[in-house]
Design a protein around this ligand. Structure first.
Ligand SMILES: NC(=O)c1ccc[n+]([C@@H]2O[C@H](COP(=O)([O-])OP(=O)(O)OC[C@H]3O[C@@H](n4cnc5c(N)ncnc54)[C@H](OP(=O)(O)O)[C@@H]3O)[C@@H](O)[C@H]2O)c1
Length: 342
């Protein structure tokens, strides 16, 4: 990519997409698309094609397609699968038709089998059954990888696939039940702190080890891959280090300032004991994360606090408007009556 190349980040408002736009900008790429695409429905092939025809991007990062934590996967398997299948399918086809110079499709580490040997190497994809709770989403992501490879095989299309680990960072979805592990823990623990709760319960034993990647570090890795990698085989995008859920909770306790006890409900299932990507190929491109895990968690917590403040301000404004609305306003009343006439 050159600094003036036209670069489209599909899903530019997502956690990963927004981090990509920010990182591209800070590296001096100035011709960016995807920040303001509200109203563009990527599941509609004609809208996607019209967007490519009008904007003519040269490089595409495909970070669209909805994702979520265990609860979101349990409650909305059809929505997650359909959204990822359709957005992937239409963007890849339009990118092919409009001859983009390179495209990076973002799959997910959920695409690996449930009982995958650890650390997970790219060649272990499709060697076993998937985790049933996220099978629908994972299959859509696998279909995306295979579609990239099929376009490459049949037409020589310059499509790449990256497999990010669990990503977190500023602007994450902190909404609660449907969130990923870190934003979900941040919200719940912050609420426990506010209520001065004596304890904070986590499902499982706390022993499972997981890998997380900070969205800004992932964005940097994606840009490097776009510039330096050109293989049909996917490339894992992970930190290369893991942490137990108990250790993660203790770190968050310090950062959030929660004073109660952390307890574990070991009657709940733990899932896989370890889940970590083998990111050797990425290391060979000379990438390593720039942000310490603690600093990344701190930034994410600060972003959560800002989003809470914004919501509070929004709620206060709404109350003010509602209160103002209840005051008698004869002129407006007349206008509204007039409006209702046929
Ligand atoms: N977060 C992770 O831990 C993680 C890990 C590995 C891979 N991934 C993958 O990386 C990509 C980005 O993840 P994320 O967590 O940043 O995503 P996200 O927060 O769930 O957001 C998905 C993005 O895609 C957009 N999008 C989805 N369907 C769309 C549609 N039909 N039309 C227009 N826009 C649509 C959303 O726009 P709206 O908000 O307007 O709907 C949003 O900007 C996803 O494909 C995900 O599967 C994520």
């Amino acid at each position: 990519m050159h600094r003036d190349s036209k670069i489209y980040v599909a899903g530019g408002q997502s956690l990963i997409g927004a981090a990509l736009l920010g990182e591209l900008e800070s590296q001096g790429y100035g011709n960016l698309l995807g920040k303001y695409t509200e109203g563009l429905d990527l599941t509609d092939p004609s809208q996607v094609d019209a967007y490519f025809a009008t904007t003519k991007p040269e490089y595409v990062f495909l970070a669209a397609g909805k994702s979520g934590g265990i609860e979101a996967n349990r409650k909305y398997p059809a929505d997650l699968m359909r959204d990822n299948l359709l957005t992937g399918c239409h963007i890849l086809h339009s990118a092919f038709q409009h001859r983009v110079k390179k495209l990076l499709y973002l799959a997910s580490s959920c695409s690996y089998p449930k009982h995958c040997p650890q650390p997970m190497k790219e060649e272990y994809l499709l060697t076993g059954l998937l985790e049933p709770t996220n099978e629908a989403y994972a299959l859509a992501k696998i279909a995306g990888i295979k579609l990239c490879q099929a376009y490459r095989r049949q037409y020589g299309a310059p499509f790449l696939c990256g497999i990010p680990g669990n990503t977190f960072g500023p602007g994450d979805d902190f909404s609660g039940d449907d969130s990923h592990v870190i934003p979900g823990l941040i919200r719940r623990m912050h609420e426990a702190k506010q209520k001065k709760a004596p304890s904070f319960l986590i499902w499982g034993t706390g022993a499972p080890r997981r890998e997380f990647i900070f969205s800004r570090d992932l964005a940097e890795a994606c840009i490097l891959v776009m510039n330096e990698y050109d293989e049909a085989e996917p490339i894992n995008l992970g930190m290369g280090s893991d942490i137990s859920i108990a250790e993660l909770a203790m770190l968050l306790k310090e950062i959030i300032g929660f004073r109660g006890e952390i307890s574990f409900d070991s009657s709940r299932p733990d899932g896989m004991p370890v889940k970590i990507l083998d990111s050797g190929k990425l290391r060979n491109l000379n990438w390593k994360p720039r942000t310490s895990f603690r600093k990344a968690l701190e930034e994410t917590y600060q972003s959560f606090l800002r989003s809470e403040e914004k919501q509070d301000r929004g709620a206060r404004t709404e109350i003010k408007l509602l209160t103002a609305d209840r005051r008698p306003r004869p002129a407006e009343g007349r206008a509204r009556t007039g409006d209702r006439r046929p």
